[in-house]
Design a protein around this ligand. Structure first.
Ligand SMILES: NC(=O)c1ccc[n+]([C@@H]2O[C@H](COP(=O)([O-])OP(=O)(O)OC[C@H]3O[C@@H](n4cnc5c(N)ncnc54)[C@H](O)[C@@H]3O)[C@@H](O)[C@H]2O)c1
Ligand SMILES: O=C(O)C[C@H](O)C(=O)O
Length: 333
């Protein structure tokens, strides 16, 4: 069996981590033959709760889990880690936008960027889940200059999973029958869920999602709004933000980055923008990507119509505004 790898989860006493830790420790992300040392970071007042999580992980009797290290010290949490799930941050409440969390949360990602820079492996893969996820990932990378910028990503896979589920339900097909419905831009209500390159297997035939659904008003209207506002709908119903589905999406994101995507399959990841498709450069923007050998590559050559271009412009502008605000907060610190 392989040597254990070190994986950190921040916000480890919180609600997303409660689902996420079990999935990671079962081998659903790094593989069923990859032993793990789990580093669990939370803040000092949560150490008692975290102790309970540690007890439960032990009681799960999971063969791949070699050691669990609970801590409130970022230097311990990030020491030699190969992969980081940065979940720990304040969640929004009903009526808020995710960017309303910026001033409270962005400093967490500045401090964790600095700790990653000093203590983590230089090939660490970082997934930022805490909101506003794209801008937090940008800040984290900015404060970890010794780590390549492409090693910092933000989670829009939950949005992709939501979009795929909406299309599968509309067509009455299993989720596995729908592929390449993707998310562009920010993990916010300006994101653009795009079905135009999606394909679906319907009655044994592969079709473009656009043709199979055959309802442009739905695909450009209700579908887009439902996905954009799904996080808020979950908060309105649960009085807490999504957790089980967020944990599943975090596993999907890291799994596909680690192991690679199937030929012809696109997944959505917030990655540092090189200006592809007219997106602003140097913000963390969600693109369709393909992954292999632990690296992502933006899928090139997709057609964007005027509707799509207008949506990308709106979400790109929001990311530039968030970047300006975040850097002002960090430099005032
Ligand atoms: N990107 C996405 O798709 C997505 C989906 C769901 C939730 N989220 C976001 O994930 C974040 C966590 O959500 P949750 O429901 O688990 O929240 P939660 O409040 O249940 O847990 C957050 C945990 O983070 C801890 N924490 C706070 N500051 C920390 C720090 N500096 N270092 C380490 N830990 C710290 C808290 O003590 C708490 O235990 C929120 O910002 C939420 O909005 C993002
Ligand atoms: O909506 C939220 O604030 C939580 C999360 O980002 C989500 O999309 O469910």
């Amino acid at each position: 069996m392989a040597e254990p790898i070190r994986v950190v989860v921040t916000g480890a006493a919180g609600q997303i981590a409660y689902s996420l830790l079990y999935m990671i420790a079962r081998g659903e992300v790094f593989g069923k033959d990859q032993p793990l040392v789990l580093h669990l970071l939370d803040i000092p007042p949560m150490m008692g709760v975290l102790e309970g999580v540690v007890m439960e992980l032990a009681d799960c009797a999971l063969p791949l889990l070699r050691q669990v290290i609970p801590t409130a010290d970022p230097a311990v949490a990030f020491k030699d880690v190969a992969a980081a799930f940065l979940v720990g941050a304040m969640p929004r409440k009903e009526g808020m936008e995710r960017k309303d969390l910026l001033s409270a949360n962005v400093k967490i990602f500045k401090a964790q960027g600095q700790a990653i820079d000093q203590h983590a492996r230089k090939d660490i893969k970082v997934l930022v889940v805490g909101n506003p996820a794209n801008t937090n990932a940008l800040v984290c990378s900015h404060y970890a200059p010794s780590i390549p910028r492409e090693n910092f990503t933000a989670m829009t896979r939950l949005d992709q999973n939501r979009a795929t589920a909406q299309i599968a339900a509309k067509l009455g097909v299993p989720i596995s029958a729908v592929k390449n419905v993707v998310i562009w831009g920010n993990h916010s209500s300006t994101q653009f869920p795009d079905p135009s390159n999606g394909v679906a297997e319907v009655n044994g035939t592969s079709k473009r999602v656009w043709d199979a659904v055959n309802d442009a008003a739905f695909l450009q209207g209700n579908f887009v709004e439902t996905v954009q506002k799904r996080g808020a709908a979950v908060i309105a119903a649960r009085k807490m933000s999504s957790a089980m589905s967020a944990a599943k999406a975090a596993c999907d994101h890291m799994h596909d980055w680690w192991h690679g995507t199937a030929p012809g399959q696109f997944v959505s990841m917030g990655v540092i923008s090189d200006g592809s498709y007219g997106a602003p450069k140097d913000v963390v923007f969600s693109f369709p990507v393909e992954t292999s050998n632990g690296k992502w590559k933006i899928v090139q050559g997709l057609q964007l119509d005027d509707f799509a271009k207008s949506k990308l412009a709106i979400t790109g502008k929001e990311l530039e505004e968030e970047k300006g605000e975040a850097m002002a907060v960090c430099s005032a610190d």
